[in-house]
Design a protein around this ligand. Sequence first.
Ligand code: RB5
Length: 149
Amino acid sequence: MTSNTRIVLSSDHAAIEMRQAIAAHIKALGWEVVDIGPTSPESTHYPIHGQAAAHKVASGDCRFGIILCGTGQGIMMAANKVAGVRCGVCLDTFSARMIRAHNDANMLSIGARVVGEGLALDLVDAFLTTEFEAGRHATRVDMIEGASA
Ligand code: RB5
């Protein structure tokens, strides 16, 4: 595990309960949780929450980010606008592993209206326990970063 053990969590109103379940889960695994998401069920705007989390990862303040909205899609799109952030939406554990292994993803997005809590926690585990394989994949990740420079 990296020496930076901080994970930022955020979501919109559609995913508050799932975010809280993930917070408890990763805290129990020894990660420090920086939960910046809303706690009220009032309707809010996912780009605000996705980008606030993305800035914490891009600045190096947090090692990883986990973000959620109804589908996971909108908040992922918003996060990926921040340079240095590589965020994927995952609905299956294979993808959650591969975005770390091949894409060096530093953020995971989950759709709280798409997956149940059990799968969401498995996605988080798959993401957090997989190392980037580097090698030829590093060349490709560098190409992604070049495109956003
Ligand atoms: C909110 O209703 C919903 O649009 C949002 O949570 C998300 O699914 C957007 O991508």
